[in-house]
Design a protein around this ligand. Structure first.
Ligand code: FAD
Length: 375
């Protein structure tokens, strides 16, 4: 039984070794989806870029997540509309839909465009989904209501909404592809290299793209994107295909789907020991692992063998909006992270956003995502 992620276990080539002669314009710290997307965008615009990753490309949350590629953000649409206004919420969701379409183009077979199903587990959650469905439909989004679900969910789940533009990723394969493209565009990639100070990079500007992993580089912002642990299991391959599309419910505390080879990938259940999961300690724990196993076994009506168990760290932000932009009072330090467990599409989009801001193209979204709001 492996404690490495199922996604990272896939055989792969190392990124090409490009070499950048000094001066280095931008150093990107973090080799996940954000860092690779940022480095690629900067290099395609002609900048000299080095990317540093303490482990391997996608070795952090980007290679350890559930694989859900969802439009929108961590907060449900009506909650976001309440906090930032309906028009801006609509713009933000549309921006993520465009990013998801671009990500799909780059991902190739690392992305399966099969939609996603957000489930209600009780009448209260059903009412919330109804509100979300009505608001999104009224604002012109493609969305479908499901009143009945096939077994085994027919009894336990009273309703669901289907999001057609979504899908599921092999997230490590996606990020390795982004890194290979970045290397082709001239990015010099240093794996197994932790950055301890901004000065050692020798770069004019540094982008910290480490989401929930404490980088030690963020000065006044350090720790304000709260490290939060998520845990996942992947079972043996099973012959029944019960869950083709990604399923998530209980406000995102449960999520699961089946891979093309029939494994069940299931994550969540942080709420069985909520306080203990606010940590950057990347280990699995019995209470959460047992809850995940019990849940999967109950779905299939028999015990399934677990082949992979792993943990990863994501960055939580109280207002559920990403943190992207220049670190206050620093000309040379930029940050992109804080996706609150919803970073596959947002990370890809925010990596490009911070890159474009460095290139002088200031998107109005940066007003919403400004790091200064955390201080
Ligand atoms: C268990 C789990 C399940 C999740 N499920 C989903 C999901 O299904 N869908 C979804 O959209 N999102 C999900 N997320 C969130 C998503 O995975 C992350 O938000 C996203 O991957 C963040 O990407 P990133 O590139 O910003 O950071 P990461 O991929 O975490 O990369 C940051 C990297 O920075 C490196 N690093 C840190 N400090 C330094 C340093 N000083 N020097 C060098 N390197 C450093 C780390 O080693 C790490 O690899 C999940 C997260 C977890 C943990």
């Amino acid at each position: 039984m492996s404690t490495a992620s199922y996604w990272l276990a896939e055989p792969h080539d190392s990124p090409l070794a490009a070499r950048v002669e000094p001066p280095v314009d931008v150093a990107v710290v973090g080799g996940g989806v954000t860092g690779c997307s940022c480095a690629l965008t900067l290099a395609e615009a002609g900048l000299h870029v080095r990317l540093y990753e303490e482990r391997e490309i996608a070795g952090g949350a980007s290679g350890r997540n559930g694989g859900f590629a969802l439009r929108g953000g961590a907060a449900p649409y009506p909650v976001l509309a309440e906090s930032i206004g309906r028009d801006r919420a609509g713009e933000l969701w549309r921006w993520t839909e465009r990013a998801l379409a671009d990500l799909a183009d780059l991902a190739g077979d690392a992305f399966r465009p099969i939609g996603s199903l957000r489930l209600a587990v009780d009448e209260e959650e059903r009412a919330e989904l109804e509100e979300e469905y009505e608001a999104m439909r009224a604002d012109g989004f493609e969305i479908e209501w499901r009143d009945t679900l096939p077994p085994p969910l027919s009894v336990s789940h009273p309703a669901a909404i289907f999001h057609p533009p979504d899908g599921v990723l092999q997230p490590a394969r996606l990020v390795r592809r982004l890194a290979a493209r970045a290397a082709e565009a001239g990015v010099e990639i240093h794996e197994r290299t932790r950055v301890f100070s901004l000065e050692e990079t020798g770069a004019e500007k540094v982008v910290v793209a480490t989401d929930g992993y404490p980088s030690g580089l963020l000065g006044p912002l350090e720790g304000l994107i709260v490290p939060t642990r998520g845990q996942v299991i992947a079972t043996e391959s099973v012959p029944e295909r019960l869950f083709e599309v990604p399923h998530y419910g209980r406000h995102g505390f449960d999520y699961w789907h089946q891979t093309p080879d029939g494994r069940v990938v299931a994550g969540g259940f942080r709420d069985v020991s909520l306080q203990d999961e606010f940590t950057a300690d990347e280990v699995t724990t019995p209470p959460v692992q047992e809850a995940l196993e019990r849940f999967v076994d109950s779905l299939f009506g028999r015990p399934l063998r677990v082949d992979y168990r792993w943990a990863g760290i994501f960055g939580l932000v109280l207002d559920f909006l990403p943190v992207v932009g220049r670190v206050p009072e620093r000309d040379d330090l930029w940050v992109a992270g804080g996706y609150s467990g919803h970073g596959n599409v947002l990370g890809f989009a925010c990596g490009r956003l911070v890159a474009r801001a460095i290139l002088g193209d200031r998107d109005p979204l940066l007003d919403l995502f400004g790091p200064a709001r955390l201080l």
